[in-house]
Design a protein around this ligand. Structure first.
Ligand SMILES: Nc1ncnc2c1ncn2[C@@H]1O[C@H](COP(=O)(O)OP(=O)(O)OP(=O)(O)O)[C@@H](O)[C@H]1O
Ligand SMILES: [Mg+2]
Length: 210
């Protein structure tokens, strides 16, 4: 996969570079300039898809360590604060005081959370409320005897139609327009959660939130 990505990525980078140079030509008519901008944007999109695929194909070795879940969540949320502000999304966090440290890969867990926040943002294009909570919870059906932690990311967005609920964790399932989603976010998040002996689940009401 990495070799294929490299073979496709290298010419894509060359194409982007030449397009960028072309765009700097002051003699271009505005019509040609617009066309080149479209090609440039689409090339950029292809690059993003390749990157997503590459991340998906890589099975990283997880580095488990004691992790403070509130710290991990707060750090993930930090990156999105400007978007929340721009999109009128009101954030609230509720972390139970008695939370034990989790045995987790900090960066991988953050990656999973980022994908869920990304989806919540997409579901609230005209603003809404994002509530992030964490509380201790016994693990069910698990051979692991350490205490479990439940993390909930709740939005007041468009919600998910009942007939889509079964499919959303499938690789490449997306309801988003071409260029807006590849359908990899939840598949990646599920895999990361599973590697932590956890389970990703969803509850959603159309028109109300997820
Ligand atoms: N919070 C949410 N609110 C509404 N729909 C959601 C939410 N989370 C997921 N979905 C639905 O599940 C689908 C799959 O989500 P997933 O994150 O896997 O892919 P994506 O967001 O479409 O693309 P990508 O994450 O690769 O950019 C979405 O296209 C959307 O229909
Ligand atoms: Mg997504």
């Amino acid at each position: 996969m990495a070799t294929i990505a490299h073979k496709i990525g290298t010419p894509l980078t060359a194409i982007s570079g030449h397009l960028q140079l072309l765009l700097e030509d002051p003699q271009l008519s505005s019509e040609v300039n617009q066309r080149i901008q479209i090609i440039f944007r689409q090339t950029h999109r292809l690059n993003t898809v390749m990157q997503d695929l590459l991340n998906f194909a890589r099975t990283p070795t997880l580095a488990f360590e004691p992790v403070s879940i509130p710290h991990c969540l707060d750090q993930a949320l930090q990156l999105f604060l400007p978007i929340f502000e721009k999109q009128s999304i009101l954030l609230s966090t509720h972390y139970q005081a008695s939370l034990p440290l989790a045995c987790a890969d900090f960066l991988q867990l953050q990656d999973a959370v980022n994908n869920l926040i990304d989806n919540a943002i997409d579901a609230m294009p005209h603003g809404g409320q994002l509530r992030v909570s964490a509380w201790p919870q016994d693990r069910q059906d698990s051979v692991v005897h350490e205490p479990g932690i439940c993390i909930e990311i709740h939005d007041t967005g468009i919600g998910i139609p009942p007939d889509c609920l079964e499919s959303i964790f499938q690789t490449f399932f997306t309801t988003k327009n071409i260029g807006e989603g590849t359908g990899l976010g939840l598949a990646i998040a599920s895999e990361i959660v599973q590697q932590h002996q956890g389970k990703l689940s969803v509850e959603s009401t159309e028109g109300k939130g997820t």
